[in-house]
Design a protein around this ligand. Structure first.
Ligand code: APR
Length: 311
């Protein structure tokens, strides 16, 4: 393939993302992990599925970074996932150290790469990657809103017994308990869900979306969600690789948009070959704006804790 994407972390999210990238024949994939043999083994296993899945993407596993040189996109999933009872914020110090180290390795070999950050706590890890690499803000993007919106869409489709393809949803804010699902901008075949469901049912779906990751952690017990997170990261990668300019909710570095400064937070952006090509500012109702500000305050708090840590 003429495009190369590196996935750092060959665990649940990373290996699934590698599989989806290859099966969509979007690019060649380099899978990197610290555990010896794991990225090599998973890449080989995926390569052996290729004749059946009918794709010609090349997959390579490695413990070092030389093979990653010249990647157009790097998806960062390295880190530890949540266990039951843990919040995403509990991962802060461990994952900050890991994300700093791996993004520096990437920056030295793929200085033009676009980074898609998946490691949690998401918004804080975007800050770590942004500072560690010195990349322009357009090339450091967090995966959260696409996942949170997909969860909201899945719940809307289940509730109304309609095709998921007819659903559309918007979720803004940080990737945590303060995320801001926007029912007004969420629809089925263009009809706002506020016309199709009672306020009580919408509130229940919003709450389930906020709790979407924790619901899966409590079921799995040994880790966190990975199929939908991988799909979400790959949808972002596809929009960039094909320069599709999809408008997707992503964590982007804001410098005044929505009244928020110097913070990564989930907002609608246009994703194309240059990364974040535009932050789309939509008009928010006063209570929506207040919820977004509350979410920004939670991200700001984590950013301040990050500044006090040695990692
Ligand atoms: N360099 C490369 N890989 C690393 C490093 C490192 N310094 N440190 C850890 N890893 C690898 C681990 O060896 C493991 O294989 O990252 C992988 C993480 O995989 P899992 O434990 O399966 O976790 P996963 O479910 O994939 O989640 C990864 O994404 O959604 C977030 O909260 C989640 O932060 C977590 C991340």
């Amino acid at each position: 393939m003429d495009k190369k994407v590196t996935v750092i972390g060959a665990g649940n999210v990373g290996a699934t993302a590698a599989q989806r990238l290859a099966e969509k024949e979007l690019c060649d994939v380099v899978l990197v992990d610290v555990i010896e043999g794991v990225p090599q083994g998973k890449a080989l296993d995926l390569a052996q599925a290729a004749p059946i899945e009918k794709h010609d993407a090349h997959l390579l596993g490695a413990n070092a970074y030389d093979a990653t040189a010249g990647s157009q996109i790097v998806i960062i999933t390295a880190g530890i996932p949540r266990k039951p009872g843990m919040s995403r914020d509990d991962l802060l110090s461990t994952n900050a150290g890991i994300v700093k180290k791996v993004t520096r390795e990437i920056a030295s070999r793929s200085p033009q790469a676009i980074l898609i950050i998946v490691s949690n706590p998401l918004d804080a890890m975007c800050h770590v990657a942004y500072e560690a690499t010195g990349f322009p803000k357009q090339r450091v993007i967090g995966m959260a809103g696409v996942l949170d919106s997909a969860r909201f869409r899945a719940f809307i489709a289940m509730e109304l017994n309609v095709s998921v393809e007819n659903t559309h949803a918007f979720v803004l804010g940080g990737h945590g308990d303060t995320m801001v699902p926007l029912p007004r901008y969420s629809s089925v075949a263009g009809i706002p869900i506020t016309e199709l469901m009672t306020a009580e049912r919408i509130a229940a779906l919003v709450q389930r979306t906020r709790n979407g990751g924790a619901e899966i952690v409590s079921l799995l017990k040994t880790g966190s969600a990975f199929y939908a997170p991988a799909s979400a990261a790959v949808e972002m990668a596809e929009s960039i690789l094909k320069d599709k300019k999809k408008v997707l909710p992503c964590a982007a570095y804001l410098e005044g948009e929505y009244g928020i400064r110097e913070l990564f937070i989930g907002v609608p952006v246009k994703l194309g070959a240059k990364g974040v090509e535009k932050v789309i500012e939509i008009k928010l109702a006063p209570e929506e704006q207040a919820a977004l500000q509350k979410s920004a305050a939670a991200v700001q708090e984590l950013k301040s804790v990050l500044a006090t840590l040695k990692y």
